[in-house]
Design a protein around this ligand. Structure first.
Ligand code: PHE
Length: 451
């Protein structure tokens, strides 16, 4: 089938960078990073994460963007054009991956919406950890509430997507990402001023070889992947909307810097407070929903701050979810000739059904286990450990080996006022893509098998 090329475009370089950063900065950075860092020994996790971000990670971001910009269509089209017909199915797998991720990601997005609503009613903050733990437990285990919030979250995601690339996704990110950063900086400052917060800082940044384990390093690889939105076709799809005057390597670097900053900021908001209140740093997924409300209870004007924070968390989840949805929407538009509206609607229905299954796996269906994991955990496990990594490998192979001359051209294409990409930079990217990225991808896949 001949495929129409994409006509949608970001209106500016900044708009694109903020949208891509909005995709990268999500629940991974704010919800997952602090507790993963906690569970993996703090600095022993963070340092490899920084290292991987600026080596294999950023190189893969560049590769996905180049693939997308030269493909000018969906992830399937991009893979087909760069790798030949046989690789189109890799693009299809990326579409499936983003779809599956979104189905369970939206469940947690629903929790964020629920906490935002509670904050708006002035009920989010409490200084009693037991009350907070119970409240979180009740929300998560109630099938009805979980599904209702899932519905609300998906509705917000789909509404943004209906407005399109420029008027929906880009506008949302350009308005909200700067506000998000300002607020997070403010919260981190407050958290750092709490008596006893130094222990949290030391925990995050004091490096000691004794805490370094192969597991922590491999987990950091996996996290780098997730946090940069790699291996799910998102950056390929977003790349298709980038104009030819943008210098892709520089844009990718910005996305990586912003994603890293957001994760570190989230760590700085949470860990100092965790230590100041004598809580466990490896308490798990509840940290954002249990620890932060305690900080809010101590702040003057805390209820307002709570509203702002959960709004930010909701926005972070929303901009990432929108990017995940865009992969499937672009696919349906380009490959199946759906209108944007119809594509969004179909995805909404399918995601709601699949997402409900994940939502129920916390409560009524918690006994239903697949290979010893709940449905939600199983989907997360398969997507992050296998599907995303295999997609990453396919991108590294196609861009780094199969279509490298074409990719080099794409990576160095930009208008003269946006600078030049030197030969040295290109060969460094090529090396990273051919050797470092596949190694990192294979290692985190192997870790998935061990887990
Ligand atoms: N990067 C997002 C986050 O950290 C998750 C994501 C993964 C989004 C893959 C798009 C694609 O929350």
């Amino acid at each position: 089938m001949s495929v129409p090329t994409s006509s949608a475009q970001w209106s500016s370089r900044l708009g694109f960078i903020l949208a891509a950063a909005g995709s990268a900065i999500g629940l991974g950075a704010i919800w997952k990073f602090p507790y993963w860092a906690g569970a993996n020994g703090g600095a022993a996790f963070i340092l490899p994460y920084i290292l991987f971000t600026f080596t294999a990670g950023v190189v893969l971001v560049m590769a996905e963007l180049a693939l997308g910009r030269s493909g000018r269509g969906s992830a399937v089209e991009a893979m087909r054009r760069a790798g030949g017909r046989g690789f189109a199915w890799c693009g299809g797998m990326a579409v499936l991956t983003s779809f599956l991720i979104l189905s369970y990601y939206a469940v947690v997005g629903g929790w964020c919406a629920a906490y935002l609503a509670e904050a708006l009613m002035g009920e989010a903050a409490s200084s009693d950890p037991e009350v907070l733990k119970m409240r979180f437990g009740e929300l998560v285990s109630s099938g009805g509430r979980n599904i209702a919030w899932l519905f609300a979250f998906l509705a917000a995601v789909c509404l943004t997507a209906v407005f399109g690339v420029h008027r929906g996704i880009e506008r949302l990110s350009t308005c909200l990402m700067p506000i998000f950063f300002l607020l997070m900086i403010g919260l981190a400052a407050y958290s750092l001023l709490l008596p006893g917060s130094e222990a949290g800082l030391a925990y995050l940044f004091q490096f000691s070889w004794s805490t370094v384990t192969p597991q922590a390093i491999l987990n950091a690889m996996g996290f780098t992947f997730f946090s940069l939105s790699l291996g799910a076709g998102v950056l390929v799809t977003y790349g298709a909307y980038v104009n030819k005057s943008t210098r892709l390597p520089a844009a990718a670097m910005w996305v990586a810097i912003l994603a890293l900053q957001a994760a570190i900021l989230a760590g700085l908001v949470i860990m100092p407070a965790v230590f100041a209140y004598g809580l466990e740093p490896d308490a798990g997924p509840g940290l954002v929903f249990i620890t932060l409300p305690m900080i809010f209870a101590q702040l003057s004007g805390g209820s307002v701050v709570a509203v702002i924070f959960y709004f930010c968390l909701f926005v972070a989840a929303l901009t990432s979810a929108v990017s995940l949805l865009e992969v499937a929407v672009a696919f349906l538009q380009n490959e199946c000739r759906f209108s944007r509206r119809a594509a969004v609607f179909l995805c909404f229905a399918a995601l709601f059904i699949l997402g409900s299954v994940s939502a129920l796996s916390f409560g009524p269906w918690s006994d239903c286990l697949i290979f010893g994991r709940s449905i939600f955990d199983f989907l997360d496990y398969v997507c992050t450990n296998f599907l995303m990594t295999i997609n990453g490998l396919a991108v590294a192979f196609v861009v780094g080996w199969k279509a490298w001359p074409k990719a080099m051209k794409e990576l160095s294409t930009c208008s003269p006022e946006n600078g030049v990409v030197t030969k040295g930079t290109l060969s460094a990217i090529g090396f990273g893509l051919r050797w470092l990225a596949p190694l990192m991808v294979l290692a985190s896949c192997w870790q998935g098998l061990e887990a």
